[in-house]
Design a protein around this ligand. Structure first.
Ligand SMILES: Nc1ccn([C@@H]2O[C@H](COP(=O)(O)OP(=O)(O)OP(=O)(O)O)[C@@H](O)[C@H]2O)c(=O)n1
Length: 486
């Protein structure tokens, strides 16, 4: 029998362990919780840790959806807001190597649900934040704070995420020359974000330098290029709050935005217990009303138009509610509820003429509720299902009437959920900013993706292994030489 080389096993084990440790320890992680109005999501990001200048490519490693509603719904029992996060944080512990936990930054950003709660009841919002903070501090990560994001930040970081993932920001210098074919205003993509309680529009325009309506300007210097971004967040114009606005009008009972045959008894509180509509609460004796569907797209459009105010504008041009907006420019990525809704309606293809899109939506709205239920009720929660006619109509009305897209410019919008496996949303841009991952000046080399980084480290480990074996091999005959008997 051939004798096994006694060196093989220990050498292989040592090399493997060194290789694995090298790969694992040279990856950095970050966690961001998006505490939205309708729900909370946890995202884990990872990037190569080897670079001195922090230019490694950040990628989404894991996503966990917190069960239940958003943290702003726990005002009666704030501790439950904290408890709701535990299972996703446990998942995060499992998805990040234990030795990296203490140096993994953990952020929580709350958006429009908490903005509304703060307006309504500031001490209740403080209690929710305290409970959430207590839970987050109980985990072994590097807790960096739980805070309320301003609408402008939400818009701007969503824009950063989309452009970063799309490689639209990088300007790589090669041998002293700047490779500038893709950067700056010409290539930047606008971001349209539709949440439950607010909606954001962010883009760069050659006609906007921040002098008109400076509140809408956010300036960045990224990879050696200056951007002045136009951004606005409309509180109460996320799709759940917009539905309340639409329902609070005189058409509350026979609602053209719900399918014919839809018939639900609802509490007035479900419409009016929000600062977006509380001043419109009617003087009624009854606690409930019957919500009846009419299934009429054209009438639904009219109801939705009535939630926008187009009458006053003190600037050179406005979107709605007297808010300045420069002329639209370039491509746009529309994400969050824009994608959920249009994807359900099978209307994400914006190369289809707008007229056809509207006709299809009109046909869907006219479909009787019994038929919609029979077809989808096993796959889609009934609450979502009931609202897609409204939501689709709201999206098109917001874009066309509110933001001034036209049937020609509609095709510049792309409905997106993910870009290169990372979700579109504000969280990645937020973390990139707080960890200084986007340098102000252009790096000398292009950012390395996590996958290519692991490949480089693996190839280097294999090379080292081969060199090590060659050295051993060259020494081998000497060790094996039989003592010569003279
Ligand atoms: N399959 C799905 C999933 C979600 N939604 C809707 O999409 C919205 C949630 O979008 P999201 O960006 O997650 O909003 P939040 O972060 O909760 O809200 P906000 O940013 O306004 O705080 C909600 O209205 C929800 O009803 C949907 O219509 N279909």
């Amino acid at each position: 029998m051939k004798e096994k080389n006694p060196w093989h096993r220990p050498v292989t084990i040592i090399i493997t362990v060194i290789g694995v440790i090298a790969i694992v320890t040279l990856v950095t992680y970050g966690i961001v919780l998006d505490a939205g109005s309708s729900h909370t999501s946890l995202y884990i990001y990872q990037w190569p840790a080897e670079k001195d200048n922090n230019t490694g490519r950040v990628e989404q490693k894991h996503h966990c959806q917190v069960a239940g509603k958003g943290i702003s719904s726990y005002t009666a029992t704030p501790y439950k807001a904290g408890e709701s996060l535990i299972s996703c944080l446990k998942e995060a512990k499992e998805n990040i190597p234990q030795k990296m936990h203490p140096e993994t930054p953990l952020y929580l950003g709350a958006t429009a649900g908490m903005r509304l709660l703060k307006l309504e009841n500031s001490s209740a919002s403080d209690e929710v934040f305290k409970a959430v903070e207590k839970t987050l501090r109980g985990f072994p990560f590097s807790y960096q704070g739980a805070r309320l994001l301003a609408g402008q930040e939400e818009g701007a970081f969503g824009w950063v995420t989309v452009n970063y993932l799309d490689d639209r920001l990088t300007q790589v210098s090669m041998g002293g020359f700047k490779y500038t074919s893709v950067h700056g205003n010409e290539s930047a993509k606008g971001a349209l974000d539709l949440g439950g309680a607010s909606t954001q529009i962010s883009f760069v325009s050659d006609e906007y330098n921040g002098s008109e309506s400076p509140d809408n300007a956010v300036s960045f210097r990224l990879y050696g290029y200056d951007y002045t971004l136009y951004t606005h967040s409309f509180l109460c114009y996320g799709k759940d709050q917009a539905l309340r606005l639409a329902l609070s009008g005189p058409t509350a009972i026979m609602d053209p935005c719900f399918h014919k045959g839809y018939n639900e008894t609802k509490h007035y509180a479900a419409v009016y217990d929000s600062p977006c509509v509380s001043d419109q609460k009617p003087q009624i004796v009854s606690e409930t009303f019957i919500h009846l569907g009419g299934g009429n797209f054209t009438q639904c459009q009219e109801v939705i138009k009535s939630v926008f105010n187009f009458t006053s504008c003190r600037y050179s041009r406005c979107s709605f509610n007297g808010i300045f907006q420069p002329p639209l420019q370039g491509q746009f990525g529309a994400f969050s509820a824009y994608f959920f809704v249009m994807n359900f309606l099978n209307l994400t293809d914006t190369s289809v003429p707008l007229k056809t899109v509207m006709q299809k939506l009109s046909d869907y709205c006219a479909t009787p509720w019994t038929q919609v239920c029979a077809y989808f009720k096993h796959d889609i929660p009934l609450k979502y299902l009931a609202e897609y006619c409204f939501s689709g109509t709201y999206i098109l009305t917001l874009m066309m009437e509110g933001y001034n897209f036209t049937s020609e410019t509609y095709s510049s919008i792309k409905y997106i959920q993910k870009i290169k496996n990372s979700d579109a949303g504000w969280t990645l841009g937020y973390m990139l900013n707080l960890t200084n991952m986007i340098p102000a000046e252009a790096p000398d080399s292009p950012p390395l993706t996590y996958t290519s980084y692991v490949s480089v480290v693996t190839v280097m480990a294999i090379l080292l292994f081969v060199i090590f074996i060659l050295i051993l091999y060259s020494l081998w005959p000497k060790c094996n030489t039989e003592p010569k008997i003279i």
